[in-house]
Design a protein around this ligand. Structure first.
Ligand code: GDP
Ligand code: IMO
Ligand code: MG
Length: 451
């Protein structure tokens, strides 16, 4: 039996969906433990592209039971939109299980998310606008709606009345429409009847699975630097995206966890607001004619003008799956990697998108920070120090070769090998798998991920 936790090590979009899918044939359950449809995972199977948000990425593997754990927040309409899209593409989704204790994202949570982001008196976080923060806030303040409440109309109405009593007062202040209980319930329409058979005690289900020698993969959404406790607060999401969240978000105890896989890109990206020490400026894409160029022409222009930020954006296809926003791009940050290794207790790293760096002459890696003249080798405790952190770079020689068809570490170009081994050393964790393309099979396996 193995309990494998999978987490993002940077600010999200590291390739967690692909890594989860990769293990799909070797685990019997994939349980999502945090977040909701703020996540966006692209998984490419046999050349077919799937965009997943709320659903566990394991849903694409025929023998996996996908589970939405109690730590997830669920937008019921979105859940069925995603399911119906997969059904239309011939995917069997009938095994999906949903925790009765997961919290529900309501219409008023989404409206509140938007209103707060437009509030000039508040810091703009650049949220995905999906109602994630307000739903978790209701959970913590004990006024949330759980999945199980949806099936008792009396309880549901009472809870919604009480929640709307305070929400509508906030909406009046924000000068946005107030809403009624009926309006909130209306958007679930006939969906609750479809939801009912999926709902169960998922903590019991997963523990029984582990006790009968089954493998469970705990799939984290978002990432370490977006974690509400360990991330760049307040520019974070509202859940625990670090490894500990796997236990509280599913009801499986820490003694059942056998490994923790950290997914990390060979460079860094971030979406939304907040500090990002290795961020690179993007400038050639500000030219209105840039969009008219082919991808190859864009890459050539980035190289000519030495605009490495736009280079990573274009070469890495760094456009958000959830909001379509261009991702902010920068070099690999080993301080972040070491921190992720520490707070998650990582056993392995999966290094993704190494292929994107092909063609660069020099590759900078941030090994420490300079904060007002003081060197920091580990994460500053104070967020204002982190905001002022200037990267101290080491430079590695690049390689020209395309990596897409390489499947063994020994076949990598010498400089790519050196780059990976250097990252492994400065990140305090072994790199067990290397991604060289978006496809399921475009990987190099150095060590077995299930151990
Ligand atoms: P997630 O949110 O962590 O699951 O990551 P996203 O799906 O949002 O973003 C990662 C993107 O990189 C997706 O488009 C993946 O298909 C793609 N991807 C994953 N691994 C690799 C890799 O090793 N190389 C390349 N070129 N693309 C990858
Ligand atoms: P995956 O799982 C990247 C970011 C948002 C915003 C902040 C808070 O695909 O890696 P929220 O809507 O959660 O309240 O937004 O967190 N964010 C993500 N960034 N990948 C994600 O998920 C993200 N989920 C949330 O951009 O800055
Ligand atoms: Mg993503």
């Amino acid at each position: 039996m193995a309990g494998i936790v999978l987490v993002g090590c940077q600010w999200g979009d590291e390739g967690k969906g692909k890594a989860t899918d990769l293990l799909g044939s070797r685990v019997q359950y994939v349980a999502k433990f945090n977040g909701g449809n703020n996540a966006g995972h692209t998984v490419v199977v046999n050349g077919e592209k799937y965009a997943l948000h709320l659903l566990p990425s394991g849903i694409l593997s025929p023998d996996v039971t996908p589970v939405i754990g109690n730590g997830v927040v669920i937008d019921i309409k979105v859940l069925f939109e995603e399911l119906d899209e997969l059904i239309a593409r011939g995917i069997d989704v009938s095994r999906l299980k949903v925790s009765s204790h997961a919290h529900v994202i309501t219409k008023y949570d989404r409206q509140l998310d938007g209103a707060m982001e437009h509030d000039k008196a508040k810091k703009k976080i650049g949220t995905t606008g999906r109602g994630i923060g307000p739903t978790y806030a209701d959970k913590i303040s004990r006024s949330g709606i759980r999945v199980i409440d949806l099936f008792d109309e009396k309880v549901l109405r009472e809870k919604l009345e009480s929640a709307l009593d305070s929400k509508n007062r906030i909406f009046e202040r924000y000068d946005v429409p107030t809403m009624t209980v009926d309006e909130v319930i209306a958007e679930w329409g006939g969906l609750l009847e479809r939801l009912k058979p999926m709902v169960c005690n998922t903590a019991e289900l997963l523990n029984q699975g582990l006790d009968s020698e089954k493998n469970v993969l705990f799939e984290g959404g978002q990432a370490t630097m977006l974690d509400v406790d360990f991330g760049t607060y307040p520019f974070v999401t509202s859940s625990n995206a670090t490894a500990g969240g796997a236990c509280t978000g599913t009801g499986v105890g820490p003694t059942k966890i056998s490994s923790v896989l950290g997914i990390i890109k060979a460079y860094t990206t971030r979406v939304g607001e907040g500090p990002f020490p290795t961020e690179l400026e993007h400038f050639v894409n500000k030219d209105p004619n840039f969009e008219d160029l082919s991808r190859d022409e864009q890459i050539a222009l980035c190289k000519e003008k030495e605009d490495w930020g736009t280079y990573l954006l274009v070469a890495g296809g760094e456009y958000g799956v959830t909001t379509g926003r261009s991702r902010r791009c920068g070099w690999y940050d080993a301080v972040v990697a070491r921190y992720a290794s520490l707070v998650n207790g990582l056993t392995d790293l999966v290094l993704t998108k190494l292929d994107v760096l092909s063609g660069l002459k020099k590759i900078p890696v941030c090994v420490a920070y300079d904060v007002n003249g003081v060197r920091f080798d580990s994460m500053p405790e104070n967020m204002s120090d982190f905001i002022n952190a200037k990267p101290i770079y080491e430079y590695f020689d690049g390689w020209e070769e395309n990596l897409d068809n390489i499947r063994s570490f020994d076949d990598l170009p010498e400089n790519a090998k050196k780059y990976v081994l250097a990252l492994e050393k400065i990140s305090n964790c072994r790199i067990s798998v290397i991604g060289v393309g978006a496809g399921r099979d475009e990987i190099i396996e150095r060590y077995d991920l299930i151990h």
